[in-house]
Design a protein around this ligand. Structure first.
Ligand code: SF4
Ligand code: SF4
Length: 85
């Protein structure tokens, strides 16, 4: 089910591995590592900019993935990644 992104959640910028280059992380990032473009308030610092990886722009918040809070989202995203790896 589609939902609005929770402002300040940031789970999808920490939990998954990202294989595309991110400014400051030329080889992407491993699972569980905070993206360097995630601000301390958990906002994307390159939102809307062309350098933002497509995988980030294409991700749309779903209740199944984002859960009811960022801790639940980290758990769900991690599980999803392990299941699909
Ligand atoms: S996990 Fe979902 S709610 Fe949290 S920041 Fe990402 S898209 Fe938004
Ligand atoms: S580039 Fe932005 S949206 Fe993508 S993982 Fe990093 S902080 Fe999140």
């Amino acid at each position: 089910m589609k939902m609005e992104c929770r402002l300040g959640c940031g789970a999808c910028c920490i939990a998954p591995s990202i294989s595309s280059p991110i400014p400051g992380m030329p080889f992407g990032k491993p699972a569980g590592m905070r993206c360097v473009q995630l601000s301390s308030e958990n906002h994307c610092l390159i939102f809307g900019q062309p350098e933002r990886p497509n995988v980030c722009s294409e991700f749309s918040p779903e209740l199944d993935v984002c859960g009811n809070g960022s801790e639940e989202a980290v758990f769900l995203i991690r599980r999803l990644e392990l299941e699909t790896s």
